[in-house]
Design a protein around this ligand. Sequence first.
Ligand code: ADP
Ligand code: ZN
Length: 717
Amino acid sequence: MLLPLPLREAYDYRVPDGMELVPGDFVEVPLGPRRLIGVVWGPGAGTVESVRLKAVVRRFDVPPMTEVGRRFVEWVAAYTMTLPGFVLRMAVSVPSALEPPKPMLAYLRKPDAEPPPGFKMTDPRKRILALLTDGPPRTPAELAEEAGCGVTVVRGLAEAGLLDPVMLQPTRLGRPDWRRPGPALSANQQGAADDLRERVTSGCYSTVLLDGVTGSGKTEVYYEAISAALEQGKQALVLLPEIALSAQWLDRFARRFGAPPAEWHSELTGAQRRDTWRAVSKGEVPVVVGARSALFLPYPDLGVIIVDEEHDSAYKQEEGAIYHARDMAVARAHLGGLPIVLVSATPSLETKVNADSHRYARIELPSRHGGAVLPDVELVDLRRDRPPARHWLAPSLRKALTDTLAGGEQAMLFLNRRGYAPLTLCRACGHRMQCPNCTAWLVEHRLARKLQCHHCGLQQPLPHACPECGEEGTMAACGPGVERIAEEVAELFPDARAAIMASDTLHGPRAIQEMVESIGRHELDIIIGTQVMAKGHHFPMLTLVGVVDADLGLNGGDLRAAERTYQLLHQVAGRAGRGERPGRVMLQTFMPEHPVMQALAVGDRDGFYQLEAEMRLEAGMPPFGRLAALIVSGEDPTLVERVAMALGRAAPRSDTVHILGPAPAPLALLRGRHRRRLLMKAPRSTQVQPLIAEWLDRVEIPPAIRVQIDVDPYSFL
Ligand code: ADP
Ligand code: ZN
């Protein structure tokens, strides 16, 4: 029996008379004083006499976890060096889904109801009523959580006659219909679609890179693969990097298949999670679209996996079990014997190299659908074309904005930095406002009138006087965030309708969707956005994209800095000129000669990849070599240092395996914990997991110290 706890081994239990269990069954078992959910993993080890074993309490009435599902849990645990029980916890993330659903009491706001005399409208009560003004009925527990108060507040409102009770039935999930015809495909698209259909129908493992410029119809083509899976009576899984931001994708899917897919991400309510998990396990959900955790749902018979924007770093989970969802998805497809499609206009170098060496198949869509042309990319050399002091838009970009607005078209300014200014310092003494818990500056958010740490979430009011020297009125904002660019836009174009689009100015997927729709209706002229708006959106009237600081991602010098900058800017650029009007992209840079900028300017994607691949090959870096990181952290810096040094001394070293560090992590302090890093670098053919396991066995790790293992690290902070 495997329990969803950080345990190394499965535990033995006795099966009571009259209970029949098969591997994969979900059961309830005692552990000490607790009752837990477990999954039957196989026959017992027999090391404990059966009379001394505790008995299984009951078996849940849901289909057992499949053989493939169990092997997948084991595979992920072994690869990422996480305990299997910990991975299992991701697969049984909603224990309540194992119980048959009960109708649940929920509340709506009663229209026009007036509070009875003497009923005080306290703030929590007002918040709950405000929550219910729009949005679906919610259970008392959900309302209490969202409003940040107790359930008694909800009951009080109900007793005062201000709420209408309704019984919630289990979430009804739609049934996408594969018989609905898609659009007529171009010859190229049709060839790609036929290839994918055939792979799905043959039901064998293969990995395909679907490589095509933005707007070439990749989505349209992979819909055909989904349709083929449904035709076979199988399920399809689509992974998106940020599902909560993908309202446009969901609408489009629903138009194509007549019903929405089931969603799986962190924004779902408890009831939605429960009903979706249960329905998936019973095979009642044909299509799931989700974030990386959707990989661990209990699919009975998956027919295809699609990983859209496969290069996106959001697929790397950095907390808890550290895993890369794209790589795990390939393993899942392999174990389950099914095709997987990796989709991107700018594939990761890993995937590109695998396709070049024919480990993966490749399907190409070389041109935009309907003759739309790719935008012209111009470099704005900030060394010559200088913005005025304490302003950030160069004269040529200002001119382009003026022309775009005059032509009745829309423009977008991209800066991947939230808030007003990334640094606040004292002009008198030079003191910089820094987070006490992290190695990071505090970011000014002028709209919220706060300084914020983007790592630990710390917030404090903007100081009037310098906390160091006490001078008043000397604190100055340095550098721009989107709020500051918005200020500049307002100054330059007072009549233009402008808005900021960033994760902290738009609260939740609904707000993002509304903003996207209002851009689509041309209710805005200039959008100033962060990464949130780089993704997938399609705006026909958007013809100018200005990148305020194209060099931003290149600083910091991590392994993938150039690759990621290229991918992000390429994607941002792809927002321009998606309709009939041609688009124009302007990149402001201090390094116009940098290979990333050159590749973007001349549209030489493959040249850039070639150069990048040569550099990685030379350095023995991924995808040509392997990396694994150990991050040692704890509250006591001396102890952290001591353990890190001990790990350094005990490290496996050979002609081919090199250990870098221990060194202070760039984020040497994070949420109050001191951090040291060690990096193992090995040839691609080396299995790093056994080396690391032996290494850790040689060093005693005190309980106050945490050692995280990150196989194939993407973050070096
Ligand atoms: P990608 O996923 O490669 O960015 P999309 O599938 O989103 O491309 O296609 C870009 C736009 O072109 C979408 O609005 C899509 O509906 C449209 N499109 C693509 N192929 C076709 C087609 N064969 N017929 C009609 N519209 C198409
Ligand atoms: Zn912090």
